[in-house]
Design a protein around this ligand. Structure first.
Ligand SMILES: [Zn+2]
Length: 412
């Protein structure tokens, strides 16, 4: 006997084995899903069930003809921070210049200062409040980056909060070390020294405490050079930790080619990549993680080259990039809509991007991100007429039921 059987549902599986040119969602109509020990034990058309439902499972739930999808995967977030930048947002729109805001201590450094000031418990509390909103929007797997501490103690504090969120809220967490996010004021004009500090002091301690699942950096003319990022990637390789990279967001500085050479799980942003970079991503099997929230919020004008990713079969992921400066978003369905309107991705592409491809970017594709036998039962029930509705609404569309790790979880 299975623990649970869901009947009277339609399923958009995101299963690569079911996705075709005719059906980009991998649909099963009039379907049923059996769950045992948190895993999917059976999935298919109701008419193919091996026995009457009451003979198959202890508990039977009817989906009342609604749509079931995999839980959503948010594979790029900076959600662990303290402070508030909404005042700065308002000031900018009231005519205060960015230079003036920076002079008064605004911008990323204000988030770094606020994050350093709070205790680990306080940081957990403000982060958990945001993560609960993400969960309510359908997120079941979440990548969380450090990068607002920029000291040994404060980077570790952020990473411990990531682990604590994963242990206490119904969400799978992948923690990413992003010490190479910005140059802290203590290292002004000493970028190479800061990179050495990351490699010799912070990274070993984070690894010792088992706090990181991947290593990230910000490769850009306003951040770190490809040479500096490569030093970090060499250290990551020695430690056998996978890498990812913020690259080609504001200019083409060569980060994407470098990341592909190191077999990065994802390269993120990518507005300024050229075809040669895209070919490298294809060969490396790296996910192109696109972040339309930041594109929208800072009113970028250069689109990532969607047609080139399609042409070379580079998997496209989407994430909120949730952060206080350039993408204050907790809603993956809102991001799906932005990807359609701003980047001209298809609804089917955006669905794969926040499910199976997001999971691939976190190396969790054999656990979550699509619905098939053996996968974790991370699922959402939606009151929608078809899966197109997920990317059609400009946010505000929330699941009506949430199943995490096989357990029916109250929608917040
Ligand atoms: Zn980012």
């Amino acid at each position: 006997m299975w623990d649970t059987l869901w009947t009277d549902i339609h399923v958009a599986t995101a299963d690569p084995a079911l996705i075709s040119d005719q059906d980009g969602y991998g649909c099963i109509h009039h379907a049923a899903i059996g769950i045992e020990n948190g895993r999917i034990s059976w999935i298919g058309a109701t008419s193919d069930l091996p026995d009457a439902p009451q003979n198959l499972a202890h508990k039977i739930h009817s989906g009342n003809g609604l749509w079931m999808t995999p839980g959503l995967v948010d594979a790029h977030t900076h959600v662990i921070y303290a402070g508030d930048r909404s005042l700065e947002f308002a000031e900018r729109l009231n005519g205060v210049s960015y230079a003036e805001i920076a002079r008064k201590g605004g911008g990323i450094i204000s988030t770094v200062n606020a994050t350093r000031t709070v205790s680990e418990d306080e940081l957990f509390d403000v982060t958990a409040r945001r993560v609960r909103r993400m969960i309510a929007e359908g997120t079941t797997t979440l990548e969380m980056k450090s990068g607002y501490g920029l000291t040994l103690q404060d980077e570790l504090k952020q990473l411990r909060v990531a682990r604590a969120i994963g242990a206490s809220l119904p969400v799978r967490v992948h923690a990413t070390f992003l010490g190479a996010h910005a140059l802290p004021p203590e290292f002004k004009d000493r970028q190479d020294d800061y990179v050495s500090h990351l490699i010799t002091d912070i990274l070993p301690q984070a690894v010792e405490e088992k706090l990181i699942d991947s290593i990230d950096g910000f490769c850009e003319n306003i951040a770190f050079t490809p040479d500096q990022i490569e030093r970090l990637f060499i250290a990551a390789k020695d430690l056998k930790i996978p890498v990812r990279l913020h690259s080609e967001q504001l200019s083409n500085s060569g980060g994407t080619k470098l990341a592909a050479r190191y077999g990065a799980l994802s390269t993120d942003h990518l507005e300024y990549v050229v075809e040669d970079d895209v070919i490298d991503l294809a060969h490396a099997g790296t996910v192109a993680m696109l972040l339309p929230g930041a594109f929208y919020f800072i009113r970028e004008t250069r689109m990532p080259p969607i047609d080139l990713f399609r042409k070379h079969n580079v998997p496209m992921g989407l994430a909120t990039d949730c952060n206080p400066g350039t993408s204050p978003s907790v809603s993956l369905t809102g991001i799906m809509n932005m990807a359609c309107t701003l980047f001209r991705m298809t609804p089917e592409e955006t669905f794969s991007a926040v499910t199976r491809i997001g999971a691939q970017a976190l190396r969790l594709q054999n656990i979550t991100g699509h619905l098939a036998t053996g996968q974790a039962a991370d699922m959402l029930l939606w009151d929608i007429a078809s899966p197109h509705e997920l990317s059609y609404w400009i946010g505000g569309r929330r699941p009506v039921q949430r199943i995490f790790d096989g357990k029916l979880d109250p929608v917040i």
